[in-house]
Design a protein. Structure first.
Length: 149
Protein backbone atom coordinates (compact mmCIF):
# COMPACT_ATOMS: atom_id res chain seq x y z
CA UNK A 1 0.00 0.00 0.00
CA UNK A 2 1.09 3.51 -0.71
CA UNK A 3 -0.81 6.65 0.08
CA UNK A 4 0.27 10.00 -1.32
CA UNK A 5 -1.28 13.44 -1.14
CA UNK A 6 -1.14 15.71 -4.17
CA UNK A 7 -2.49 19.11 -5.02
CA UNK A 8 -4.19 19.26 -8.38
CA UNK A 9 -7.12 18.37 -10.56
CA UNK A 10 -8.55 14.89 -9.99
CA UNK A 11 -9.89 14.80 -13.55
CA UNK A 12 -6.28 14.78 -14.85
CA UNK A 13 -5.08 11.89 -12.67
CA UNK A 14 -4.48 8.42 -14.11
CA UNK A 15 -5.79 5.70 -11.77
CA UNK A 16 -7.87 2.55 -12.06
CA UNK A 17 -10.60 4.17 -9.96
CA UNK A 18 -11.59 7.79 -9.42
CA UNK A 19 -13.71 8.56 -6.37
CA UNK A 20 -16.45 11.17 -6.66
CA UNK A 21 -17.91 13.10 -3.73
CA UNK A 22 -21.54 12.86 -4.80
CA UNK A 23 -24.98 13.70 -3.50
CA UNK A 24 -27.47 10.92 -2.84
CA UNK A 25 -29.30 11.60 -6.11
CA UNK A 26 -26.06 11.22 -8.11
CA UNK A 27 -26.90 14.54 -9.72
CA UNK A 28 -23.44 15.96 -10.39
CA UNK A 29 -24.10 19.70 -10.39
CA UNK A 30 -21.55 21.25 -8.03
CA UNK A 31 -18.00 20.99 -6.75
CA UNK A 32 -15.76 18.07 -7.60
CA UNK A 33 -18.79 16.05 -8.77
CA UNK A 34 -19.49 18.60 -11.48
CA UNK A 35 -15.85 18.67 -12.58
CA UNK A 36 -15.69 14.86 -12.76
CA UNK A 37 -18.98 14.60 -14.67
CA UNK A 38 -17.96 17.28 -17.13
CA UNK A 39 -14.59 15.63 -17.81
CA UNK A 40 -16.06 12.12 -18.03
CA UNK A 41 -18.77 13.02 -20.52
CA UNK A 42 -22.41 12.07 -20.95
CA UNK A 43 -22.09 8.32 -20.26
CA UNK A 44 -21.30 8.94 -16.58
CA UNK A 45 -24.37 11.15 -16.16
CA UNK A 46 -26.62 8.66 -17.91
CA UNK A 47 -25.41 5.76 -15.77
CA UNK A 48 -25.81 7.91 -12.66
CA UNK A 49 -29.45 8.58 -13.55
CA UNK A 50 -29.99 4.84 -13.98
CA UNK A 51 -28.50 4.15 -10.53
CA UNK A 52 -30.98 6.41 -8.80
CA UNK A 53 -30.94 7.25 -5.09
CA UNK A 54 -27.77 6.11 -3.30
CA UNK A 55 -27.90 6.61 0.48
CA UNK A 56 -25.11 8.15 2.51
CA UNK A 57 -22.94 5.30 3.77
CA UNK A 58 -23.12 3.39 0.48
CA UNK A 59 -21.57 3.85 -2.97
CA UNK A 60 -22.38 3.41 -6.64
CA UNK A 61 -20.18 2.74 -9.67
CA UNK A 62 -20.32 4.09 -13.20
CA UNK A 63 -18.17 4.26 -16.27
CA UNK A 64 -15.24 6.65 -16.21
CA UNK A 65 -16.02 7.88 -19.72
CA UNK A 66 -13.26 10.20 -20.91
CA UNK A 67 -11.33 10.12 -17.61
CA UNK A 68 -8.03 8.26 -17.32
CA UNK A 69 -9.65 5.55 -15.17
CA UNK A 70 -11.64 2.34 -15.53
CA UNK A 71 -14.53 3.32 -13.27
CA UNK A 72 -15.83 6.10 -11.06
CA UNK A 73 -17.07 5.25 -7.58
CA UNK A 74 -19.59 7.74 -6.26
CA UNK A 75 -19.66 8.19 -2.47
CA UNK A 76 -22.62 10.35 -1.40
CA UNK A 77 -21.57 12.93 1.17
CA UNK A 78 -24.75 15.03 1.19
CA UNK A 79 -28.49 14.29 0.99
CA UNK A 80 -30.50 17.28 -0.22
CA UNK A 81 -33.77 15.34 0.22
CA UNK A 82 -33.02 15.15 3.96
CA UNK A 83 -32.52 18.91 4.35
CA UNK A 84 -28.84 18.78 3.51
CA UNK A 85 -27.87 15.95 5.86
CA UNK A 86 -24.15 15.29 5.48
CA UNK A 87 -21.89 12.30 5.96
CA UNK A 88 -20.36 11.80 9.41
CA UNK A 89 -16.75 10.83 10.06
CA UNK A 90 -17.88 7.34 11.13
CA UNK A 91 -19.95 6.90 7.97
CA UNK A 92 -17.01 8.09 5.89
CA UNK A 93 -14.66 5.59 7.57
CA UNK A 94 -17.12 2.76 7.00
CA UNK A 95 -17.94 3.47 3.35
CA UNK A 96 -14.27 4.14 2.52
CA UNK A 97 -13.39 0.76 4.00
CA UNK A 98 -16.16 -0.83 1.90
CA UNK A 99 -14.86 0.89 -1.24
CA UNK A 100 -11.30 -0.30 -0.62
CA UNK A 101 -12.52 -3.86 -0.12
CA UNK A 102 -14.61 -3.66 -3.31
CA UNK A 103 -11.63 -2.35 -5.31
CA UNK A 104 -9.37 -5.12 -4.07
CA UNK A 105 -11.99 -7.78 -4.88
CA UNK A 106 -12.42 -6.33 -8.38
CA UNK A 107 -8.66 -6.40 -9.02
CA UNK A 108 -8.03 -2.66 -9.14
CA UNK A 109 -4.66 -1.41 -7.91
CA UNK A 110 -4.89 2.38 -7.82
CA UNK A 111 -7.44 4.93 -6.59
CA UNK A 112 -7.56 8.71 -6.79
CA UNK A 113 -9.87 10.39 -4.29
CA UNK A 114 -10.71 13.92 -3.29
CA UNK A 115 -10.83 14.88 0.38
CA UNK A 116 -14.41 13.65 0.68
CA UNK A 117 -16.87 15.90 2.46
CA UNK A 118 -14.50 18.82 2.93
CA UNK A 119 -16.25 21.09 0.44
CA UNK A 120 -19.97 21.71 0.84
CA UNK A 121 -20.23 19.34 3.82
CA UNK A 122 -17.62 21.21 5.83
CA UNK A 123 -15.69 18.25 7.22
CA UNK A 124 -12.21 19.02 8.54
CA UNK A 125 -9.50 18.32 5.92
CA UNK A 126 -7.00 16.90 8.41
CA UNK A 127 -9.56 14.52 9.94
CA UNK A 128 -10.68 13.32 6.51
CA UNK A 129 -7.08 12.89 5.37
CA UNK A 130 -6.39 10.84 8.50
CA UNK A 131 -9.44 8.61 7.95
CA UNK A 132 -8.60 7.99 4.29
CA UNK A 133 -4.92 7.32 5.05
CA UNK A 134 -5.47 5.02 8.05
CA UNK A 135 -7.99 2.86 6.21
CA UNK A 136 -5.75 2.79 3.12
CA UNK A 137 -2.89 1.38 5.22
CA UNK A 138 -4.98 -1.78 5.67
CA UNK A 139 -5.24 -2.35 1.92
CA UNK A 140 -2.89 -3.34 -0.87
CA UNK A 141 -4.03 -0.44 -3.06
CA UNK A 142 -2.08 2.61 -4.19
CA UNK A 143 -4.07 5.65 -3.08
CA UNK A 144 -3.68 9.22 -4.28
CA UNK A 145 -5.52 11.78 -2.16
CA UNK A 146 -6.15 14.92 -4.17
CA UNK A 147 -6.35 18.27 -2.46
CA UNK A 148 -7.59 20.68 -5.10
CA UNK A 149 -5.10 23.34 -6.06
Amino acid sequence: MSCTIKKGDITKIKADVIINAANTELNHVAGVASAIALAAGNALNEESKDQGFTPIGTFATTTAGNLKAEIVIHIPTIDYQAEGKTITYDQLRSVWSDVLEYCEQEGFSSIATPLLGTGMCGLDKKKVESILSKEAEKSSLSIIIIDKA
